[in-house]
Ligand binder design. Structure first.
Ligand code: AMP
Ligand code: MG
Length: 340
């Protein structure tokens, strides 16, 4: 499993859950990533309904928002919006509006028009644009090229060649939607994960908090921190999730909008916050901003914390997690022999 690894003392807890009626755990591969749901309801039929609702919602969002599915709403937007305004669903309109909010907040570090150059990379095949192609396409990266009309819920692209991709925020959005669906059917204890984005409500079996492990970006078997959490969201962005190497340079999927090249200021950024849409957007943003600017941003946002692994493998914590500044902080040293 890639991204934020959920070392929930996994095997032991799975055994415990199966022994405990009402707890269900299921994994599936959707949205090009691993989806995990773990939840409790004392009526097993309701628990089952919850798991099924999560998987169906993940599939729905993938088919609406994947840029790679030709029939998706997002693909249609990318095809037509440079020639005429395209009316989109409330959900897509709002998510794009939220993306622009994070672009403003991060002075453009988060920018869904990164895809204007992003589509030239194929990390599986080791394909990247040459310098000239990259520079030309990078001129199209600018979220101000997206023109949103609030009245008609239509979107137009200001220049031909502009493309968007919601890969930095859609998984978090999907996790939030799933949590809302679970709450609507009366589920009060759940963890939903989509790749590197997770959100949990309530506590776990036996009244314990959920344990979220932040993996070592250069060794998937090791953890750099374990955080006991309840009722929050956590997202990790890392340079190990999708990448290839060429002449010792790592080309990975998080793009610095000013260069069109991979952002290389750190190895991973983990963000803790109230909802997964926010933590997803901010983990990508902080990764692009680098340690200094990223921590400065996090420290001025209420209810947001961060654990960063810099390009030398050093750990950095936001003020809210530092014992000196917050004696009640929860971060534990990694377990001595973590189980994958
Ligand atoms: P995450 O794992 O949440 O950091 O998301 C990484 C994904 O975000 C990439 O695969 C791209 O789809 C997208 N992305 C890459 N660079 C940016 C950027 N600068 N702003 C917004 N989204 C980005
Ligand atoms: Mg993200």
């Amino acid at each position: 499993m890639r991204g934020l690894e959920l070392f929930l003392s996994l095997m032991l807890m799975l055994a415990a859950h199966t022994a405990c009626a009402g707890w269900l755990h299921e994994d599936a591969d959707i949205m090009g990533t691993r989806i995990t749901v773990e939840l409790f309801h004392d009526d097993t039929a309701v628990a089952r309904q919850g798991v099924d609702a999560v998987m169906a919602e993940m599939r729905r969002i993938d088919s609406d928002m994947s840029p790679w599915i030709e029939t998706s709403e997002l693909a249609r937007l990318n095809r037509d919006a440079a020639t005429r305004p395209v009316i989109v669903s409330d959900e897509l309109f709002k998510l794009i509006r939220t993306s622009l909010h994070f672009s403003d907040l991060t002075h453009g570090a988060f920018d869904i028009t990164f895809a204007s150059v992003g589509f030239l990379y194929d990390y599986r095949k080791g394909v990247r644009p040459d310098d000239r192609q990259r520079q030309q396409a990078t001129e199209l990266i600018n979220y101000h090229n997206l023109l949103l009309d609030e009245d008609s819920h239509s979107i137009a692209y200001g220049k031909p060649g502009v493309r968007i991709d919601l890969g930095g925020i859609a998984k978090g959005h999907a996790v939030d939607r799933c949590i809302a669906l679970l709450q609507a059917i009366g589920i009060k204890q759940a963890l939903v994960t989509a790749g590197g984005d997770s959100r949990m409500i309530g506590d776990r079996w036996g009244g314990r908090p959920w344990n979220i492990g932040v993996r070592d970006p250069r060794d998937e078997k090791k953890l750099v921190a374990v955080i006991p959490l309840e009722n929050v969201a956590v997202s990790t962005s890392g340079d190990y999730q999708r990448y290839f190497e060429e002449n010792g340079v790592r080309y990975h999927h998080i793009i610095n909008p000013t260069s069109g090249d991979s952002a290389r200021g750190m190895h991973s950024a983990t963000i803790i916050g109230p909802d997964a849409t926010t933590t997803d957007a901010l983990s990508t943003s902080v990764f692009v901003l680098g340690v200094e600017q990223g921590l400065a941003l996090v420290n001025r946002l209420p209810d947001i914390d961060a654990i960063l692994v810099d390009a030398k493998g050093q750990l950095h914590y936001s003020d809210g997690l530092l014992p000196a500044k917050n004696p009640a902080n929860n971060v534990k040293p990694p377990a001595p022999h973590p189980q994958p």
